[in-house]
Design a protein around this ligand. Structure first.
Ligand SMILES: [Fe+2]
Ligand SMILES: [Fe+2]
Length: 299
């Protein structure tokens, strides 16, 4: 693989979007607009607010696209070639092999693991809802794969198997209080980018790529976080979210690539480039988080 566009800080100073105030504002708007609500008298004002923020959100994603466009354009556009390129992101993608995770596994103390987890939990956009938004009007084979993935997120219909509540259990166990106000902007930016791609139909293929690259890269990180949590004494039940994703996402990833990526790209090769951009946007957002967390820990 040729040189990768990472953030070396190079894109940070010039960006009006990679800032604390912008990402915090976007996170608050996402929380408000996606919550189930009752009709109110201010709905016309809400539409004006939404229009203004949708424009800003679009500017944010377009800036992130511009940073990865050249690399994504170099990805193969035939289905098998594309999946091979996509799977190679596991080894060579931005943020892969970050030294933060071995440190969390081997060295971090309870407070450090708590801080890391609090950042991650607050930045968690809800994989299940992102999949649900993304699957609207997708072709049948891909839609079925997103449905199977969603069903797993839902614990296949059993509350105790749902992934979201498993994360909540860990929030309680570690007594953390995830909140926008105490979360670094890099983590908010990751969730904001995922939400933007899943909820804007013009980024539907980007979202398929971004979600797929989470499945591809989560197992390695989850295993190391689970190791750290075991080391500080958490029980099997308390660690379950990370133990589960260390294994289940290997299957989710293989299924996603075979059942969603291959047929989508076969049907329209232009989707390969969009999926690649979405995956790289997600990986860059993750890499920014890891760098910020390492700086916080003085690593
Ligand atoms: Fe999950
Ligand atoms: Fe998964």
């Amino acid at each position: 693989m040729a040189t990768r566009l990472r953030l070396d800080g190079a894109d940070a100073p010039a960006s009006q979007f990679l800032t604390d105030s912008f990402q915090r504002g976007l996170a608050r708007w996402n929380r408000a607009r996606l919550a189930p609500q009752f009709p109110g008298d201010d709905w016309q004002k809400d539409i004006e607010r939404d229009a203004r923020l949708l424009r800003l959100e679009g500017g944010f994603i377009e800036e992130q696209r511009a940073a990865v466009a050249a690399e994504a354009a170099a990805a193969p556009t035939d289905p098998e070639g594309f999946v091979a390129w996509f799977e190679a992101l596991k080894e060579h993608g931005p943020g892969q092999g970050d030294p933060l995770f071995p440190w969390l596994a081997e060295t971090a103390n309870r407070d450090e693991l708590r801080w890391f987890f609090e950042q991650e939990a607050a930045g968690e956009a809800g994989f299940d809802d992102l999949v649900a938004y993304t699957q609207v009007k997708l072709p049948a084979q891909a839609k079925l794969e997103l449905a199977r993935n969603y069903w797993d997120e839902m614990g296949r219909g059993a509350a105790k198997g749902m992934h979201g509540p498993m994360l909540d259990t860990l929030v309680e166990t570690l007594a953390v209080d995830p909140a926008i106000e105490t979360t670094v902007w890099e983590s908010l930016a990751l969730a904001n980018a995922m939400t933007a791609m899943a909820t804007s139909r013009r980024y539907a293929w980007h979202s398929v790529g971004a979600l797929g690259v989470i499945e591809l890269t989560a197992p390695g990180r989850s295993a190391l976080v689970a190791k750290g949590l075991r080391r500080i004494g958490l029980s099997d039940r308390e660690r379950r979210y990370f133990d589960l994703h260390a294994v289940l996402d290997l299957k989710h990833s293989a299924d996603w690539n075979r059942e969603a990526l291959v047929p989508l790209v076969a049907e329209d090769p232009r989707r390969a480039t969009a999926i690649a951009e979405g995956a790289l946007i997600r990986l860059n957002a993750g890499a920014r988080c890891f760098a910020r967390y390492r700086a916080h820990f003085g690593l």
